[in-house]
Write a protein that binds this ligand. Structure first.
Ligand code: PEP
Ligand code: MG
Length: 565
């Protein structure tokens, strides 16, 4: 039911990085997530008779927090369940308890001791960078929950809205997002976080329109009427409700039409574009095979080994890979990426410890410099899996910086009867794409890392969302150079980073000459439907617009104008 417009309402507009398209409107539910300062003051130093008593209170609180994470993990699925289980483990962590004990022993009150211990861990995790740095939000979440238990307040977090609302928060922890009900939380706005942040990933999984990196978002009063546009990145506060509801309705109809798209992908004038899936294991590969995809564009093999202490044998690896390849033995193909261990994906049996700057260190292909057997055994296993399943298998290496690396890798792959390619994730590879293509059969652009390295901005840094944006003109120039090299060589150039899942950007990427787009399987239909509605000429015009734009906002606005959005 629509509410009459308030003519006196003066709308203000905030803006951020749009990460999940769609329009949503409703009252703001602002999550502050802090324990009340009054309760903390009342608790004081806790009045414990001894340090042992204080530690016993800590143990009780830690157990309660861990139990509540474990309960949420049981109710969640997939990645969310794994993250929650990890948080339960972190709450019970002996190292954390040891640090608390040390501070209590040194005379600190229990709450300052908990805060100091968590701060110590935050510093260590932050300096490790990548995935570990991403766990900082989880640690801070655990701290808030521990303090809440100690002072006897309910655990902070996202309350269940009583009516469909737009959730506004500084950033969301996995425990906040795991239980989100898309019928009640119709949109997400965060003040921090970038396109690859946890909030963005969960919002994409749930299909909730989302804008991140919105300065001033948490100052919006709870209950204020918001209109969120997950395509333009605009969040209107206090605007006309009737007009807002009309926009929500139009957007819902468009999204429904997109979900009905069944492929095969092509522009409106019939130029084919391959849409492929990004997968992590046998189960995601099987799920994606039911979507209108022509294969897998990125199988992240390292994700199969995150919890392994020792390198699996060739036979075991072959059987894991064969399970991923099998659903595609019907004439489709799979691009297997060799281990991208290191930096944000530490793998016990492969990565180097204690690097000063792991994102610029020995990761991906570079691990094979000092350990060539690791790569050879993996390629043997991929070759065996391809033979066993009969699936057309291409193999690509991550983090390739030089033409010589591409040549050496290609020789190893060809020796096993497979098709070699390399990822373009480092600007040097994009600038030398034409030379890379003399060595290999295809290129696949990893826009997550290409953006990180082109902009010198950690892809996980929540404060650098405006830089870690694939719409940055410098990143788009590197993609255009790579696509042009592909056109000249007559060889495929695909995109397998998050950028491929953005329907608007997909139009411009195809206009640059990119031949395939690989993404989370949930994003395939909206991208396919968008491409089917535009001609090749429009795609080329979109490419020209984004390459001429001075910043991501202008680039997005230009393409939206062109498409009449
Ligand atoms: C990328 O960097 O864009 C990519 C696809 O690889 P990953 O996200 O696994 O680093
Ligand atoms: Mg990468």
């Amino acid at each position: 039911m629509s509410t009459p417009a308030d003519p006196a309402a003066a709308a203000t507009t905030l803006s951020g990085t749009p990460v999940v398209p769609g329009v949503a409107a409703g009252p703001a539910l602002v999550v502050r997530g802090e324990v009340s300062p009054e309760a903390i003051e009342r608790f004081g130093d806790g009045g414990f008779a001894s340090a042992d008593d204080a530690l016993a209170a800590y143990d009780q609180a830690a157990q309660a927090v861990a139990d509540s994470f474990a309960r949420k993990a049981e109710a969640a699925q997939g990645a969310a369940a794994e993250v929650l289980t990890a948080s339960a483990g972190l709450a019970r962590d002996k190292g954390l308890r040891g640090a608390v004990a040390k501070h209590v022993g040194g005379g600190d009150g229990l709450i300052p001791a908990v805060r100091a211990a968590v701060e110590q861990f935050v510093t260590v995790f932050t300096s490790m960078g990548g995935l570990m740095a991403e766990r900082v939000t989880d640690l801070q979440d655990i701290e808030r929950r521990l303090v809440a238990h100690l002072v006897g307040e309910p655990e902070p977090g996202v309350p269940t809205p009583s009516e469909p609302s737009i959730l506004v928060a500084e950033d969301l922890a996995p425990s906040d997002t795991s239980g989100l009900d898309p019928r009640l939380v119709t949109g997400l706005v965060t003040e921090r976080g970038g396109p690859t942040s946890h909030t963005a990933i969960i919002a994409r999984q749930l299909g909730i329109p989302c804008v991140v990196g919105v300065a001033g978002a948490t100052e919006v009063p709870s209950g204020a009427f918001l209109l969120l546009d997950g395509e333009s990145g605009e969040v209107e506060v206090g605007g006309d409700r009737t007009a807002a509801e009309r926009r929500v309705e139009t957007s819902r109809a468009t999204r429904e039409a997109m979900a009905a798209w069944t492929g095969p992908a092509a522009t409106s004038d019939g130029m084919p574009v391959k849409l492929l899936a990004n997968v992590a294991d046998a189960s995601s590969a099987a799920d994606a095979s039911g979507e209108p995809v022509e294969g897998v564009g990125l199988f992240r093999t390292e994700l199969c080994f995150l919890n392994r202490a020792d390198e699996p044998s060739v036979e075991e690896q072959a059987s894991i890979y064969a399970d991923v390849l099998s659903p595609y033995s019907d004439g489709r193909y799979v691009i297997v990426r060799t281990l991208d261990a290191g930096s944000d994906k530490p793998i016990a049996f492969a990565t180097h410890e204690g690097e000063e700057n792991p994102a610029l260190g020995v990761r991906g292909l570079r691990l094979s410099f000092g350990n060539p057997g690791l790569m050879e055994r993996q390629l043997d296993a991929i070759g065996l899996a391809a033979e066993q399943t009969g699936t057309e298998t291409w193999v690509m290496a991550p983090m390739v910086a030089t033409v010589a690396e591409a040549e050496e890798f290609a020789a190893l792959v060809r020796a096993r009867g497979l098709r070699p390619g390399v990822m373009v994730e480092i600007p040097s590879a994009a600038l030398l794409a034409h030379r890379m293509l003399e060595a290999v059969d295809f290129l696949s652009i990893g826009t997550n890392d290409l953006t990180q390295y082109a902009m010198a901005a950690d892809r996980m840094a929540t404060d650098l969302a405006h830089l870690t944006d694939p719409w940055q003109p410098a990143v788009l120039q590197l993609i255009a150079i790579t696509a042009e090299a592909g056109k000249r060589a007559g060889k495929p150039v695909g995109i397998c980073g998050e950028a491929a899942a953005d329907p608007l950007l997909a139009v411009a990427l195809v206009g640059m000459g990119v031949t395939s787009l690989s993404m989370a399987s949930r994003a395939v239909r909206p991208v396919g439907a968008q491409l089917a509605s535009v001609s090749t000429e429009t795609c080329e015009a979109a490419a020209e617009i984004v390459l001429a734009a001075t910043d991501p906002m202008a680039a997005r606005a230009g393409v939206r104008d062109l498409l009449g959005h």
